[in-house]
Design a protein around this ligand. Structure first.
Ligand SMILES: C[S@@+](CC[C@H](N)C(=O)[O-])C[C@H]1O[C@@H](n2cnc3c(N)ncnc32)[C@H](O)[C@@H]1O
Length: 310
């Protein structure tokens, strides 16, 4: 079953999805921390990288960044609205001539030859949406990489606290009066969500055991047109490292963007973000803390892996 295509049909293809996605760092503090972490990891090791494949590249947060730095980038995504937004942003940055836009699914990379790109990257969990094909997709991403691979997937340990926190996104809203439908929904539903909450031990044990966020009930609701999302696979750190090693990736380093920031209340996070010096120091420290492999499993949402192809 290709759930990722089903999710794309309903979720990623919404006409305003590209626009909303491109504004995440103006809206959510966890996205600021996560994207800052990924950007630092990318810029740390760009030596010898001329060609790049970005799988599930979205509105171009990282594909456009690397094109601006002179790389030739293949921006690959399953959603046309995302690609359209990325093209618009790439044109504004004057880098359209260094980018190739491809609409396609990560489950179907067979047209690309082995070792086609110096760097293959895929950020903010597109691989996790390809369940049940996630391991094969990682193998395909490693196959088309010549020097380096960087992927972030949904984190199992990092997702488990959500099962005990129905208002987890509220902690990271930068401006509660922002003109963003999800922000407004989170603010309006906060008290109801807390009142209605009950800890579901069986569900927590199930996610810990099989890594699946979503399941038969969500699939049925999705099929009935009720739910926007049906299923995502979350990885454990040693599992992700093992899968990458199995496809020949070496020197694997894991990190957990958001591990430090998620320990803080919203009031403090908002204060830190609104003072330029504090913000810079805080993001510097988040990067160092979240790069410690002992905390990688508790990154907020994502588990990031970098590795070399030798
Ligand atoms: C959360 S966004 C991340 C965008 C970007 N990588 C970033 O980090 O800002 C996930 C993206 O993955 C894309 N996507 C989801 N499933 C996919 C699949 N099977 N193949 C290719 N792209 C996919 C979506 O359309 C969306 O643009």
């Amino acid at each position: 079953m290709d759930y990722s295509k089903k999710i794309a049909e309903r979720q990623w293809n919404l006409p305003d999805k590209g626009e909303l996605e491109s504004r995440r760092e103006e809206t959510y503090i966890d996205d600021i921390i996560q994207k800052d972490h990924i950007q630092r990891k990318l810029l740390e090791r760009l030596d010898g990288i001329r060609t790049v494949f970005d799988g599930g590249a979205g509105s171009g947060r990282f594909s456009i960044l690397l094109a601006k730095l002179g790389c030739r980038v293949t921006h690959f995504d399953i959603s046309q609205p995302m690609i359209d937004k990325a093209k618009e942003l790439a044109a504004a940055e004057g880098v359209l001539d260094r980018m190739t836009f491809v609409k396609g699914a990560l489950e179907e990379l067979g047209d690309y030859a082995d070792r086609s790109f110096d760097l293959v990257m895929s950020f903010d969990a597109p691989v996790s949406y390809t369940y049940p094909h996630q391991n094969r997709v990682i193998g395909e991403l490693a196959r088309i990489a010549r020097k380096r691979i960087m992927i972030s997937v949904s984190s199992r340990l990092g997702s488990l606290p959500y099962l005990c926190n129905p208002v987890q996104k509220n902690q990271f809203i930068l401006n509660e009066s922002a003109d963003d439908p999800f922000v407004q929904w989170c603010v309006a539903n906060r008290e109801n969500a807390i009142q209605a909450f009950r800890f579901d031990l069986r569900r927590a044990e199930q996610v810990l055991a099989d890594g699946l966020l979503g399941g038969q009930r969500e699939i049925e609701e999705y099929e009935a047109g009720k739910a926007p999302w049906c299923i995502t696979y979350t990885f454990l750190p040693d599992e992700l490292a093992r899968v990458l090693q199995g496809f020949g990736v070496q020197n694997i380093a894991l990190s957990g963007p958001g591990a430090y920031g998620r320990t803080l209340p919203r009031e403090i996070l908002v204060k830190l973000m609104s003072d330029a010096d504090q913000r810079r120091d805080f993001l510097d420290f988040c990067y160092r803390f979240d790069s410690n492999p002992y905390v990688c499993g508790l990154g907020k949402d994502n588990l990031l892996a970098t590795g070399d192809i030798i």
